[in-house]
Ligand binder design. Structure first.
Ligand SMILES: NC(=O)c1ccc[n+]([C@@H]2O[C@H](COP(=O)([O-])OP(=O)(O)OC[C@H]3O[C@@H](n4cnc5c(N)ncnc54)[C@H](OP(=O)(O)O)[C@@H]3O)[C@@H](O)[C@H]2O)c1
Length: 291
């Protein structure tokens, strides 16, 4: 089997990719502070901000392809500590693309729907970027530098993702579920829209993009939904206590990073290549009993 290097294997998405990819690849996953449990995947501790360490990984493994998911993925953290997030979100991403160019191997990078301001959804790959927070700005810098260094890279704009995660990593749905199960109040935005996809679907999309895409691609889910409506569906499908579920608006909650109202992605280009997310209901039904 060919060797696939997945950065961020201890994170939500990297972990999902490793589980899926090991059927067809010899998978090497990196982590920084949390050792993930993934049978049949070789795990390497690595600080990707250190170029020498990164180069050594490439030299030792000699991968046939790379999926780069490692990042500081919290917009609020990036807003508060931009100098801490820049080296992993931007510099390391450029370096990984540069090494993939040196090795002439396929590379997929995980960007975000938050490269857009949310005022003109749904967004196509051809729409101009216009981030409104530092996380989005850093992802734009990463995208541009990656495509300069290695235009063959699949720069995948990921949607909001949900599903099974290796503790302590989590997707946005785990805290929702915990709050409701504990009888606590859960207020969700009625005025913030996304096109969510499960981690499994997103992982399938990335493996497809690795094979078929050079340049930008949107890997959003099938449906545009508000956070609140997603919560209602979650309650129904997972049979959660609904008493705590309340609606609110973005303006009701103060956060460090400004929030986009609607960064729904138009992913028809990926759909035409064979990316096939299920409906949200089907995605959630597949997770029943596993969360
Ligand atoms: N989750 C979403 O809904 C979403 C939406 C759009 C885009 N994305 C993008 O998709 C990618 C994956 O997101 P995610 O939710 O899976 O992220 P995550 O759960 O926060 O995981 C981040 C991963 O990056 C690793 N990491 C952080 N700093 C590192 C460093 N300096 N050196 C090496 N590894 C480092 C972490 O390792 P340790 O845990 O071991 O420290 C972890 O494995 C990210 O690029 C994110 O920006 C995510």
């Amino acid at each position: 089997m060919k060797k696939l290097l997945v950065t961020g294997a201890s994170g939500f998405l990297g972990w999902n990719i490793c589980h899926l990819a090991k059927e067809e690849w010899e998978v090497y996953g990196t982590y920084l502070s949390n050792i993930p449990a993934i049978p049949d995947v070789a795990l390497l501790k690595s600080n990707l901000r250190d170029f020498e360490e990164l180069k050594l990984i490439f030299d030792n493994i000699n991968p046939a392809a790379v999926i780069h998911t490692a990042a500081q993925s919290s917009p609020n953290f990036c807003q508060n500590y931009p100098n801490e997030s820049y080296p992993i979100n931007v510099t390391a991403s450029w370096n990984i693309a540069g090494l993939c160019a040196d090795y002439s191997i396929p590379c997929a990078f995980t960007s975000t729907d938050l490269v857009f301001n949310g005022l003109n959804a749904p967004y196509l790959e051809t729409d101009p970027v216009c981030p409104i927070n530092i996380y989005g700005e850093q992802k734009v810098m990463a995208e541009e530098g990656i495509l300069q260094r290695y235009p063959m890279t699949a720069v995948c704009r990921m949607p909001l993702m949900f599903g099974i995660a290796p503790p302590p990593a989590t997707s946005f749905m785990q805290p929702f579920i915990q709050n409701l199960r504990e009888g606590k109040e859960l207020s969700l935005f009625i005025d913030e829209f996304r096109t969510p996809a499960s981690g499994t679907t997103a992982a399938k999309g990335l493996l497809l993009a690795l094979e078929k895409v050079n340049g930008l691609i949107h890997l959003g889910g099938k449906e545009r939904v508000s956070r609140y409506d997603f919560g209602k569906l979650l309650v129904e499908v997972l049979e959660l206590p609904e008493a705590g579920l309340k609606s609110c608006r973005q303006q009701d909650v103060k956060m460090a990073a400004p929030r986009s109202p609607d960064v729904s992605l138009d992913s028809s280009q990926a759909f035409s290549l064979g990316y096939a997310p299920l409906s949200l209901r089907e995605e959630l039904e597949a997770l029943r009993g596993k969360l």
